[in-house]
Design a protein around this ligand. Structure first.
Ligand code: ZN
Length: 100
């Protein structure tokens, strides 16, 4: 799929394995610089540490604010994911996701 972050389109994909990918990208996912061509966010389907939701937020934060530190992105994405998971329980599904 494609998604636009701050005016720049990213190709977004979710992979089961990292075969053929460089070692530094084998953890939970990655996001390429918004200044480079062929921008991409790649998410790993199975998460050893962070949840899938926290991982998706983490890489989206990089796409939106490339200058933020890894520590800030990591801490914030985990907290935002926990916040959203709590909201899932108190907001009816149709209200949470809006009209489809
Ligand atoms: Zn990161």
């Amino acid at each position: 799929m494609r998604h636009r972050f701050r005016g720049k389109f990213y190709h977004v994909e979710c992979l089961d394995t990292w075969r053929g990918r460089s070692a530094k990208n084998r953890e939970q996912g990655y996001c390429t610089s918004p200044e480079k061509p062929n921008r991409a966010i790649v998410l790993r389907r199975k998460m050893p540490k962070r949840s899938q939701l926290a991982n998706a937020i983490h890489e989206a934060m990089h796409a939106c604010s490339w200058d933020l530190s890894e520590e800030t992105v990591n801490e914030s994405s985990i907290q935002i994911a926990a916040y959203l998971k709590k909201l899932f329980h108190i907001i009816p599904n149709e209200d949470f996701w809006g009209p489809q």
